[in-house]
Write a new protein. Structure first.
Length: 202
């Protein structure tokens, strides 16, 4: 949102000019869940509403057409980086109370802290919530291929974090323990079991 706006939580968006997610997108579903949680309507809550694609945020912010934007994305995101580099904007954390409220949504949401410096000029960590990251793969992929991929991914996890800093909050063992979102491929399961056995104390 605009850096000079006094917005410190979702309800501070009242009477603001806001870009909301596109109809039919996953971001829109989450946005509507939040609005329903407060018994709010898009038509009555904001002073002006846009439904532009995330790629258009830079133009909207830099030309002072919006005060804030709501999107549900993985970080870092190039569109957000462009906005931060060229427009006077900031991220705003959700309060602990807000996050607890939103975690009543489907079970795949959890509290998340985005570390500082994921983006240029983002000097503070951001408290928010999100879903678990899932890498989907066909059951038809041979077990040995998935095993090798999983092994390389976790063996070089430090390099993966450099490419996607949001994963710095995770450790390989934490990722092993997430589960529950989808069945785990046999090739990945084999690698997980090996690592668990290796980590057990004698």
């Amino acid at each position: 949102m605009q850096d000079d706006e006094n917005i410190n939580g979702f309800l501070d968006l009242a009477d603001k000019r806001v870009n909301i997610p596109n109809e039919g997108s996953g971001s829109r579903v989450l946005y509507e869940n939040i609005m329903n949680e407060y018994n709010l309507s898009t038509e009555n809550f904001f002073s002006k509403v846009y439904e532009k694609n995330i790629s258009e945020l830079e133009n909207l912010f830099c030309t002072d057409k919006i005060d804030a934007a709501i999107f549900y994305v993985g970080h870092p995101n190039q569109a957000y980086q462009n906005v931060i580099e060229n427009c006077p904007v900031k991220f705003v954390s959700f309060s602990e109370r807000e996050i607890k409220k939103y975690l009543r949504f489907p079970e795949y949401y959890s509290a998340i802290t985005m570390p500082a410096n994921v983006y240029d000029n983002q000097n503070e960590e951001i408290k928010t919530f999100g879903s678990q990251l899932v890498l989907s793969i066909s059951y038809d992929v041979p077990d040995e291929v998935v095993y090798d991929f999983t092994k390389v991914f976790f063996t070089h996890f430090d390099e993966v974090i450099k490419l996607s800093p949001i994963l710095s909050q995770q450790s390989p063992m934490n990722i092993f323990n997430i589960g529950g979102v989808a069945p785990i491929h046999k090739g990945a399961t084999k690698y997980y079991h090996e690592q668990i056995i290796m980590s057990l104390p004698y």
